[in-house]
Design a protein. Structure first.
Length: 195
């Protein structure tokens, strides 16, 4: 039995449901809100590439290295983006939360705080993780600010870490939250979620 299995996570603002091709049309609409695939420092699938991206994430789930979710905004009642548990290291009880994107109209609305609370609570309190990691492009200031707001600490920068589709070389900012830090981070997120 796998350490991490598909699950639905929910609070009053967000619901994370196991990703499937049934979410395709709504996720295409979400990506079109702001033409997110044009951001050079991150990856959001194009409308034409959405089905392949869903399949890619589901294939990684079958391989045991990813658990992908569709992000549902409870107010809208439909998918507004995607996120995953990825780079799953069961022996070390460690994983990364990543490959996350949201339609432009729900960014900076507090939805991300609710989503990350759900994912972190499940990772630490149910899965017993020792650490949860976040990675983002050094130049993705919006993502870095959001990760830092959660209470994650910068572990370092992996310089010349990967090559992006546009040919630029990515420096990757690596952050983490440890199990010992989770009670403080949980209190911070609970406070942020009430505002």
């Amino acid at each position: 039995m796998s350490w991490i299995t598909p699950i639905t996570l929910q609070n009053d603002r967000a619901e994370l449901v196991p990703l499937s091709q049934e979410h395709h049309a709504a996720l295409v609409e979400a990506a079109e809100d702001g033409e997110l695939w044009n951001l050079w420092y991150t990856f959001v699938p194009t409308p034409d590439g959405m089905a392949a991206e869903i399949d890619r994430r589901l294939d990684l789930q079958q391989a045991g290295s990813m658990l992908p979710f569709a992000i549902m905004d409870m107010a809208l009642g439909k998918p507004v983006g995607m996120t995953t548990y990825m780079n799953i290291e069961a022996p070390a009880r460690r994983l990364e939360i990543g490959s996350t994107w949201y339609r432009t109209s729900v960014q900076r609305t507090g939805l991300n705080t609710h989503v990350k609370y759900l994912m972190l609570a499940h990772a630490f309190e149910t899965l017993g993780c020792n650490a949860v990691e976040f990675r983002t492009h050094f130049f993705n200031r919006q993502s870095r600010t959001a990760i830092e707001r959660l209470g994650a600490k910068l572990d370092g920068i992996l310089r010349a870490h990967s090559i992006l589709p546009n040919g630029t070389i990515r420096d990757t900012a690596v952050y983490s939250i440890t199990a010992a830090e989770w009670p403080m981070v949980r209190a911070n997120l609970a406070h942020m979620s009430t505002r």
